[in-house]
Design a protein around this ligand. Structure first.
Ligand SMILES: Cc1cc2nc3c(=O)[nH]c(=O)nc-3n(C[C@H](O)[C@H](O)[C@H](O)COP(=O)(O)OP(=O)(O)OC[C@H]3O[C@@H](n4cnc5c(N)ncnc54)[C@H](O)[C@@H]3O)c2cc1C
Length: 464
């Protein structure tokens, strides 16, 4: 079996490597591709849509198994249990489900990732504080092992493997099929926007001070200083109960993704964010406008709210060629306010304004390599330039070592490009990492499954 040599990148455009790409279109073809890789003594990593920011789905000078042709939705029963192949995108599953009055309990901020990628990174949504992470709603997985055989795992069968594969970054095998639970959800949401004058008030609202919400997220003005540091706009969304699936008209609307071509042409507008002044001006305007309308509610299709990042498809093009570096930290609630203020201050000191800063609330989860905390996450998207990168990297390393990790903070490897092995070990916990590597030695003794991320972060710890 030979594939094409392709130069691949992470979504953030900072990490690149060349690999031979195979695109199996059936479970048996995936099994053959893996066993053949073993025979040829090559390493391999599964890849979905390539929406992880860094090197998680890259495997330089070896094999990448692109799973997007495993794209069948096999069946949905009356209880909302859906059986799917791993290359189906979360957006396609949502469109299939919403027409029938269902919706996946957890979706990330874009509909483009595959379900295999959602399990591989154990993604979270804006409701992580209520429903946890993606893997908590998966009932069963079929995994292709290094010898090409299939292992079915679940909470009942091979539970240790099951908990390690969820958030295991493709390092234990290729997920080819899964069964997961959908929820009965209305197709529309009611969203309230509240302007909050500083970080403390944002955290207060996200902690539920204005009453329960089904989803909550805050956009932060990362350029605001002094008393207003960390000010922003909180969006609280509630399911519109009483509407079990939406009328045909609503469903048609949410399924059609209107004006995609027009919206695709909007990315040059974001070129304004390439300067600190541009980010500052846009942030101020956005905050002031929201302050005028604070408390306003609107009703809209669930998909539009959930897949916020798809409003301008492929918006990263505005940040070529340097790319986008995301720094997302997860911090226990007791320290989150203090840690986030320190991070915002550090970004201001090095004069590199994040183009996007987003705060969410979380809870812990049972994945072996969990990044979950009973607390909050702040993600900062920095545009990268060759002149700015060294000082940005230094500042983020200092923050990681001196502020985030000592506070019990964790990092999410789907968004990472810069952690060191030592920092990754402290973030994931050496005990959990040891258990993960022991499971890997058991089911992948020849270390067939490897990625650039594995060689950057895990292999040095496995050897050490
Ligand atoms: C604009 C944007 C917004 C985002 N928003 C969120 C968000 O709100 N919440 C969140 O949690 N994440 C978010 N992400 C991250 C994204 O959801 C994850 O990186 C997800 O893993 C991407 O899925 P993918 O199919 O592109 O996987 P890839 O990036 O291709 O792969 C991700 C990892 O999963 C593994 N993998 C892929 N397929 C399989 C398989 N079949 N079997 C085993 N392992 C597999 C890969 O080896 C790799 O380690 C966002 C990313 C972007 C670019």
């Amino acid at each position: 079996l030979t594939g094409q040599q392709v130069q691949l990148g992470g979504w953030g455009m900072m990490a690149h490597s060349r690999a031979e790409v195979l695109q199996p279109d059936s479970v048996s073809a995936a099994q053959l591709a893996v066993s053949d890789a073993g025979r040829r003594r090559r390493t391999a990593i599964p890849r979905g849509s390539g929406f992880s920011y860094g090197d998680a789905a890259l495997n330089g000078n070896s094999l990448v198994l692109d799973t997007r042709r495993l794209s069948r939705i096999i069946g949905l029963d009356g209880q909302g249990l859906v059986e799917v192949e791993a290359g189906v995108t979360i957006g396609d599953l949502c469109r299939f489900a919403t027409r029938r009055g269902w919706w996946p309990p957890v979706v990330p901020g874009t509909g483009r990732p595959t379900l295999g990628g959602c399990v591989g990174a154990n993604v979270h949504g804006k409701n992580a504080y209520i429903v946890g992470t993606f893997g908590e709603h998966v009932q069963e997985l079929d995994l292709v092992l290094p010898d090409g055989s299939l292992l079915t795992c679940s909470e009942e069968r091979e539970p240790d493997v099951f908990r390690a594969v969820i958030g295991g970054y493709g390092l234990l095998g290729v997920i080819v099929r899964m069964r997961m639970r959908l929820e009965r959800q209305p197709s529309r949401l009611m969203v309230e926007e509240i302007a909050a004058p500083h970080l403390t008030s944002i955290m207060h609202i996200l902690s539920g001070s204005l009453g329960p919400s089904d989803h909550a997220v805050a956009w932060i003005d990362a350029c605001a200083q002094g008393e207003g540091r960390g000010r922003g706009i909180v969006q609280l969304a509630r399911n519109l109960n009483g509407d079990s699936g939406g009328s045909d008209r609503e469903v048609g609307r949410s399924g059609r993704r209107p004006f995609t071509r027009l919206r695709s042409a909007l990315w040059p507008l974001l070129l304004i964010l390439r300067t600190n002044q541009g980010v500052g001006a846009l942030n101020s305007a956005r905050y002031e406008l929201a302050a005028l309308n604070s408390g306003r509610t609107s009703i809209g299709p669930r998909e539009r709210y959930q897949f916020f990042h798809d409003f301008i498809p492929d918006w990263r093009r505005a940040f070529r060629p340097g790319g986008v570096l995301q720094y997302q930290m997860f911090v226990p609630k007791e320290c989150a306010n203090e840690v986030f203020l320190a991070c915002l201050e550090a970004a201001q000191e090095i004069k590199q304004a994040p183009i996007l800063a987003v705060l969410k609330r979380h809870r812990t989860d049972p994945a072996l390599l969990s990044y979950g905390v009973d607390g909050y996450s702040l993600s900062l998207d920095f545009p990268v330039t060759s002149t700015g990168l060294p000082s940005l990297r230094d500042a983020l390393h200092r923050l990681t070592d001196e502020v985030v990790l000592p506070a019990g903070g964790r990092f999410y490897l789907a968004k990472d490009s810069i952690l060191t092995p030592d920092q990754a070990g402290r973030s994931l916990g050496l005990d959990a990492l040891g258990q993960f590597l022991a499971i890997k030695r058991r089911i992948d003794p020849g270390t067939l499954f490897q990625s650039d991320l594995y060689r950057r972060l895990f292999a040095p710890l496995a050897l050490g």
